[in-house]
Every structure is written in structure tokens, then in C-alpha cells.
Design a protein around this ligand. Structure first.
Ligand code: SF4
Length: 490
């Protein structure tokens, strides 16, 4: 039996569906970050249901689908019930739970899919189209099909969420109807595929990450060379297709005539000749600075549901910064800020930031993210506008300097801090940290704010957050040093 989520997985890759049905143990376990996304989706779904009057929840879980289908039918027969939440259907071996089924005029129904996103994506069209097909097979007359998503222009007043403003309805009726033939074709093909004892022969490629990173990615790519063409920096789908068609699987096999970007060309050269690339301008770009040098990093959260007054869904809210300060005499100092209370941290964040950065010194950042946050803070706090804007000319993006002037073959096509650090400073290892990436830091911060989190655990989270953010900025200090050493050896 197919569920909607399995059908959508099969749409992305039939092999993924086959694994889900017959070898689910090969999937990478759901990460805390993914679980948090599911939990947010659930929370948003509950809020969306409150927009409908005289509704009824079909509460039976997925293990009791038949019972849920029976309850759904009896609820639909009761005309006093104007909306059903999580109604269940099973037709032609496909089972679905609809987020909201709203009674429309003349015995018709509106199908409403709720998403905790800020926009409609292509996959949502297939999502509602397969539900439309099951409802149609169940004999329902569907008036309209909607996607209800969060409205990221809505500004929270600070007391109660205004559900009318919080959600946006997007009409997908035409898309759901026009996709029916394709849904039929896909369902037929997937069912045939599932009838076979052997998995389909599909190699990992561009389809594995779009629209979602497949849960079998680690399994399918476990034997791939680090020089796999998918690791070519910024490779486009078109180039992947061309290389696959030519039978090229690794970067060293790419023919010289194949068009590559400047960075891709460098990457290939570094692999072919087992060398690093260092441009003549690297030293001057690293040394064109004013002391003291600041190495700055921010941590932020972007909750789907606004939590503080005057904030919007998915608004980025900075809650932590770390600043390593390198003096001309080589002394290294460290300042940091982490908001410890459940309050909008932005004003305090901005004030403490201005205080640590002072009025002089180059500020190294990693990627344009910090620049964007400072600009947003300057717009939000007109009283700090001048001082915050004065920071902008002092920012120097270390990541951009590296992209333009340096490549190490162990970057494997990535310029993320997590890829650059081990190649240049092997002694520093994120693996030793409890928090190893920004998404986890955001989640842990939300857990830190949660009143239900025990005090001892909060202390742990606080310490882990400080260690992580401080590690990022210390990593930047050492990366710059390592680059200067390499320039000197050249
Ligand atoms: S990793 Fe790629 S090839 Fe493997 S099952 Fe997933 S989508 Fe298919």
C-alpha cells in the first residue's frame, strides 16, 4: 500500500521508494533538525485548524487507518460538521490523510493542504494532486484545492497570533486537475516497480537532493570517490547530465575541452596535479588590514511562527555572537554574547556588538551573512543606524578571499568553514564538539529557551553554544594564519 509521502518519495526517485518499502533500515535516521521541522509542521497544522469553525479532528493515528476512514465517513455525513481535520481515505491501495477538508456549497468539498513554508513549491502541486486523485476516487466532488502556507509579511503584535494574517491561501485547483494524467502514469509505474524483487538500477545524481535530500543518500554514495563529479564546485544540473552522458564519473576524467568555471578548473588542476592553488594576490588581501583584527560570527534562529512582538514568520533573529580579537602584537582576546532569556535579543545583540567591535579594526567574517544581519539590525533600530552602518566598510569576507585566491584539493568543491578548516588546520576538528553546525545551534537555542528544559540541561546547552560559536571565530583566526604560512612557503 502506498501512502502520500511514499508516493512523493517515489516521484523523486523510484529507488528511494523501493528502499522505503523493503529496506527502510538503510535510511539515515531522522536528525534532530528534521524532527524539529516535523514538529513545527505539526504545530502549524494545529494553528491552521483553528481558522475553521465547527471542525472535527479524526484522531486515529496511522496504525489505525481503517478506523480513521470509518470515522471520516460518518463525520462527512454529519452536516453540522463544517470541516474535518486529518480525515483518512484509502482508494486503489493509496492511503492519505488530508490536512483540512472543508465543506463547500452544494455537497462539494475544499481540499486544503497546510505547509509550514513561506511559499508554494513545485512539489506541493504533486502533493495536492495525489490527494485530489484519492478523494475523487472516493467519490468526493472537490470544489477547490488550496495550499495554506505561512505569510512571511505578517507582523506579530505580541499578544495573540492573528490567524487570518498568519496564513495565506493559494489556489492550486487548476494544477491539481491538470496533473491527474501524470499522477496516473506515475502511480502505475511505481506500483509495477514495487512488484519486482530487485531494486531499480538508479545511480545517485542531481535528483537525490531535490526537492529534498534523500534519506538514502549516505547509503547510495558510500562508495563514491571524493573526486566524484557531483563534488565539482557549483556544478549545474546541465553539466551533470552532459558528464553522465559522456560516461564521466570523476573530476579527473573530465576532458580538457569540457567548459568549466574558473573555480572548477582550479579544482580539477589541484586534483590532477595533487597541488594547491595560491594566487599572487592572496597575501596582499590577507594583509591589507587595520589592527586590531576582529573575527566575527553570529548565530541566529528563524522560527516559522513568530515568537516576539514586531517579528514575522521566518524572520532571522540573531541571538549570539563571538568575536576573537587579534592585536598587532599577536595577543588574542575573546568576547562573546549569548542572550540568556526568552526575550527579543536583537537590541541587546546590537548594543553589545557595537561595544566589542569599537570604532577601529578590520572585521573578518565568513560569507555575507553577518553583513546582512548588521544591515537588518540597522534598519530595525534607527537609533543605532549610524553606528551599525559604520561597521559595514570594515567587514572583510575571509571566505570570499579564499574563493578568489586559494584552493586546496581536500575542500572537495566546498568553501564552507567545515570543509576549509580540516584542509588548512587539521588540528581543529568540529567532530569533537557537541554542536557542529548552525542549524543545530538554532535548535539548541530554542531548547534552551523552553521553560520545560531542566536547568542542568540548559547549562549544558549554554556551554555548548558558546563553545561552538567561539570555535567558528577561532577557526577563522587559524585559517588566516595557515594561509599566510602557505604564502610564505610558496
Ligand atoms: S540517494 Fe539518490 S539514488 Fe539513492 S535512493 Fe535516494 S534519490 Fe535514489
Amino acid at each position: 500500500m502506498l501512502s502520500k509521502s511514499r508516493f512523493l518519495a517515489g516521484l523523486q526517485c523510484p529507488l528511494s521508494l523501493w528502499y522505503l518499502c523493503f529496506k527502510p533500515e538503510l535510511a539515515t535516521p531522522v536528525s534532530p533538525f528534521q524532527q524539529a521541522l516535523f514538529d513545527t509542521g505539526h504545530e502549524v497544522g494545529l494553528l491552521a485548524a483553528r481558522r475553521f469553525e465547527s471542525g472535527m479532528l479524526i484522531a486515529e493515528d496511522y496504525l489505525h487507518h481503517q478506523e480513521a476512514v470509518r470515522k471520516t465517513h460518518s463525520a462527512m455525513a454529519d452536516e453540522d460538521i463544517k470541516a474535518l481535520f486529518e480525515p483518512a481515505f484509502l482508494e486503489d491501495d493509496i492511503r492519505i490523510r488530508v490536512d483540512v477538508l472543508e465543506r463547500a456549497e452544494r455537497s462539494k468539498w475544499n481540499l486544503i493542504e497546510v505547509k509550514s513554508t513561506a511559499s508554494v513549491k513545485e512539489i506541493h502541486e504533486f502533493d495536492v494532486a495525489v490527494q485530489y486523485r484519492v478523494l475523487r476516487d472516493a467519490g468526493l466532488d472537490i470544489a477547490r484545492v488550496y495550499l495554506m502556507h505561512l505569510n512571511n509579511k505578517y507582523v506579530y503584535g505580541g499578544t495573540e497570533l492573528n490567524l487570518k494574517g498568519l496564513f495565506t491561501l493559494f489556489d492550486l485547483t487548476a494544477q491539481a486537475r491538470s496533473l491527474q494524467n501524470e499522477i496516473d502514469r506515475k502511480l502505475k509505474a511505481l506500483k509495477t516497480m514495487l512488484g519486482k524483487a530487485q531494486p531499480p538500477n538508479i545511480a545517485p545524481s542531481k535528483h537525490c537532493t531535490s526537492p529534498y535530500l534523500c534519506r538514502f543518500w549516505e547509503h547510495c554514495t558510500r562508495e563514491m570517490s571524493e573526486n566524484w563529479v557531483m563534488n565539482l564546485h557549483g556544478i549545474t544540473h546541465k553539466k551533470i547530465d552532459q558528464l553522465e552522458a559522456a560516461g564521466v564519473t570523476t573530476i579527473d576524467e573530465i576532458p580538457e575541452t569540457f567548459p568549466l568555471t574558473q573555480i572548477q578548473e582550479r579544482q580539477k588542476q589541484c586534483i590532477d596535479f595533487a597541488c594547491d592553488y595560491i594566487s599572487d594576490k592572496l597575501a596582499s588581501q590577507l594583509l591589507d588590514v587595520e589592527y586590531p583584527l576582529h573575527f566575527l560570527d553570529f548565530e541566529t534562529v528563524a522560527p516559522a511562527l513568530p515568537h516576539y512582538a514586531r517579528t514575522r514568520p521566518f524572520q532571522t533573529i540573531p541571538f549570539q555572537w563571538s568575536d576573537h580579537i587579534l592585536g598587532k602584537d599577536g595577543t588574542l582576546d575573546h568576547h562573546e554574547y549569548l542572550c540568556m532569556e526568552d526575550k527579543d535579543p536583537q537590541a541587546e545583540f546590537a548594543q553589545t556588538l557595537l561595544s566589542t567591535l569599537g570604532e577601529t579594526g578590520t572585521i573578518f567574517i565568513w560569507a555575507p551573512y553577518e553583513r546582512r544581519i548588521i544591515t537588518e539590525l540597522s534598519e530595525r533600530f534607527p537609533n543605532l543606524n549610524l553606528e551599525l552602518n559604520a561597521l559595514l566598510p570594515r567587514l572583510n569576507d575571509l571566505n570570499a578571499i579564499i574563493r578568489k585566491n586559494y584552493y586546496h584539493r581536500n575542500f572537495n568543491g566546498s568553501f564552507s568553514l567545515k570543509a576549509v578548516l580540516p584542509a588548512l588546520v587539521p588540528d581543529m576538528d568540529y567532530a569533537a564538539l557537541e554542536i557542529q553546525e548552525g542549524a543545530t545551534a538554532s535548535l539548541e537555542y530554542l531548547r534552551f529557551l523552553n521553560a520545560k528544559t531542566p536547568a542542568a540541561e540548559k547549562e549544558n546547552i549554554k556551554s555548548n553554544l558558546m563553545t561552538y560559536c567561539g570555535f567558528d571565530t577561532l577557526a577563522m583566526v587559524h585559517i588566516r594564519e595557515a594561509l599566510l604560512q602557505r604564502v610564505n612557503k610558496k
